[in-house]
Write a protein that binds this ligand. Structure first.
Ligand SMILES: Cc1ncc(COP(=O)(O)O)c(C=O)c1O
Length: 370
């Protein structure tokens, strides 16, 4: 969609990347590290400064302790952490249970491992799940439960009772939980609770995050995974042959950014919340109905309100005229029918870009009786 957006000169509210740089502490530390000559392979687990910074960050924000020497591994973004985790822990015949819509790399990683994907659908408008359906989706072959909260594309923050239910299932069926928390700091409403912080979960959870979203540096691909040493070791054994290691100067920079004052994190979430409101208010003003996401970079619109049913053709038309790119969420679903009428807009963009997108969308002639 980004390529189509560029071809049509469209405003790109498709792919989730910010259009402004992150904090000076991040950028300056990277430049200094490059100039200092920190440009060769880092240690396979990550530079000690970043391992320590991740451990300190976990303690500070989520009151959880991890040993930087064996319980944390730096990866090439959360994407590598997810792939190496699934490949390291699953074999053909295993099942991985997750929710849909899901981040699309989950499906690819599960398929590469030879495992099977079982999905439970989150239903709008609150994106809740049916607890019985989730329990019924666990089988003797289930190895991992993969949970993304705060959630892309719905912007849902899983509530404590939902997490407690998931935790109970994991414990009862001896599952390993893998949590994708890349939007942990971009929460506007609700409270993010790491699944690993619930009783009995730390010892069975691999927790994944990344610097890309929090520090507006999605192109740096610095992520990490943490958990019990035996599980992290399984991930490392795969990561070693995917990338071995990456991004030495960026690892130093992310270490510096993770240590920024609380004010930075509050301001980043506040600025994004204002952009969410700008987009959602603007669309409401145009007569669009949509729920305000609790977190992340994204808002989802159900196009059935316009008498439309196919997000792919809606997005293809939108990018050409009036020139706004969005993503059909069908790609995030196994149940294509559930995903087909939903379209995702990213609001992690400068206010003038959001305003221009709204101006263009205002030119659309849409039915309002769908
Ligand atoms: C839910 C989710 N997980 C993982 C990623 C990938 O993170 P990274 O860029 O650090 O690989 C993304 C990026 O959009 C995401 O939305």
């Amino acid at each position: 969609m980004s390529a189509l957006a560029a071809a049509h000169g469209a405003i790109n509210l498709g792919q989730g990347f910010p259009d402004a740089d992150g904090p000076d502490a991040l950028l300056d530390t990277a430049v200094a590290a490059i100039r200092r000559g920190d440009n060769q392979y880092p240690p396979g687990r990550g530079v000690p400064e970043l391992l320590q910074a991740v451990a300190d960050h976990e303690e500070r924000w989520w009151s959880q302790s991890y040993d930087p020497e064996g319980e944390i591994l730096v990866t090439a973004g959360a994407t590598e952490a997810i792939a190496a985790t699934v490949l390291g822990l699953c074999e053909p015949g295993d099942e991985v249970l997750t929710f849909e819509p899901y981040y699309d790399s989950y499906a690819a990683a599960i398929e590469l491992s030879g495992a099977r994907r079982r999905v439970v659908t989150l239903r709008s408008p609150h994106w809740g799940f049916d607890p019985e359906e989730l329990a019924a989706a666990v089988s003797p072959a289930t190895r991992l439960l993969l949970l993304n909260s705060p959630h892309n594309p719905t912007g849902k923050v899983f509530a404590l009772p939902e997490l407690e239910y998931v935790a109970r299932l994991c414990i009862e069926h001896d599952l390993i939980a893998v949590t994708d928390e890349v939007y942990e700091h971009l929460v506007f409403e609700g409270v993010h609770v790491p699944l690993s912080s619930l009783p009995g979960m730390r010892e069975r959870t691999l927790k994944i995050s990344s610097a890309g979203k929090t520090f507006s540096a999605t192109g740096w691909k610095i992520g990490w995974v943490m958990g019990p040493a035996r599980l992290v070791e399984a991930v490392r054994s795969v990561k070693q042959f995917l990338t071995y290691a990456s991004g030495t100067p960026f690892q130093y920079a992310v270490a510096a950014a993770l240590a920024l004052e609380d004010d930075y994190f509050a301001a980043a979430a506040g600025q994004l919340q204002a952009r969410r409101d700008r987009l959602c208010d603007g669309l409401s003003h145009l007569g669009w109905k949509l729920a305000r996401p609790q977190a992340t970079y994204f808002a989802v619109v159900d196009i059935r309100q316009f008498g439309e049913h196919d997000g792919r053709s809606f997005c293809r038309a939108l990018v050409a005229d009036p020139g706004v790119a969005a993503i059909p969420t069908e790609v995030f679903y196994d149940d294509k029918e559930a995903g087909r009428p939903l379209v995702r807009f990213a609001f992690c963009k400068r206010p003038e870009v959001i305003d221009e997108a709204l101006r263009r969308l205002g030119r659309l002639e849409l039915r309002r009786d769908g």
